[in-house]
Design a protein. Structure first.
Length: 253
């Protein structure tokens, strides 16, 4: 917005394309007063309307950034709000009402109106509120805001979401099932204690259970590797160290 160059209107702001408004109020005197206030603060009133039908037609013709609709005008502002917003994605709708007790006010908000203003609002406050609407804010009278907050506080608390508890219970059930079905860990079979009267050789494995004998022999592999490494560290050549380890293997087999 730029200051007007007319010396007789130094305080009037030149409207910009962003500030176009359709003023749809039931009474001509109300429309005239609002138009003067808006134009004085840089808005461009592109059309006026006295009924809901005229408001929709003016909005579709001029495609303004803002429509100011009278809640009590003939035809009602609720349907007009729905029709305008269905056709114009970039238009914001504000409702003017003489009473916050009008039940249609909530219907207009549900239809998409972003602001509600009381008739008789001061011109400066009116233009500040409308610019806030154009900046993407929702504008409601303080008394209406307090009422909405009170309604929210009186609502019963939502029941806690049981989904997290169900997930935790399912995880516990799965863990318990895995524990119940898991096979017991195998323990290596200990080599039978050799009989001192039989010398240093380990007793022969059970002929009926050859796997027992095989597992018993595998127990000696770590010992033989240690034997092999000790021989190498003592300076014995690798071939002789391996032959010594094999001899020890035969002694345990």
């Amino acid at each position: 917005m730029k200051p007007a160059t007319d010396p007789g209107h130094d305080d009037v702001l030149v409207p910009t394309s962003r500030d176009t408004v359709v003023v749809a109020l039931a009474y001509p005197s109300s429309r005239r007063g609002v138009r003067i206030a808006l134009e004085h603060h840089g808005f461009a009133v592109v059309a006026e309307a006295g009924t809901a039908e005229e408001a929709v037609a003016a909005a579709l013709q001029h495609r303004p950034r803002l429509c100011l609709l009278d809640l009590e005008m003939p035809g009602g502002a609720v349907d007009a709000t729905a029709q305008i917003l269905a056709e114009l994605d970039h238009t914001t709708v504000a409702i003017m009402t003489a009473s916050l007790e009008n039940p249609q006010l909530y219907d207009a908000v549900r239809a998409g109106a972003n602001g509600c203003l009381l008739k008789g609002i001061a011109p400066d406050r009116l233009t500040i509120s409308l610019r806030a609407l154009l900046d993407g804010e929702a504008v409601l009278p303080r008394i209406l805001t307090d009422r909405l907050v009170g309604d929210l506080r009186r609502r019963p608390l939502a029941e806690p979401d049981a989904s997290a508890e169900r997930v935790a219970t399912a995880k516990r059930d799965v863990s318990a099932e895995r524990v119940a079905t898991a096979k017991p860990a195998r323990t290596p079979n200990r080599a039978p204690t050799p009989d001192p009267s039989a010398g240093t050789r380990a007793p022969e494995g059970d002929a009926e259970h050859p796997q027992v004998e095989r597992r018993s022999r595998l127990l000696y592999v770590p010992r033989l590797l240690r034997h092999f490494r000790r021989r190498q560290r003592s300076g014995m050549p690798m071939v002789e160290a391996w032959a010594s380890a094999r001899a020890r293997m035969r002694a345990y087999s």
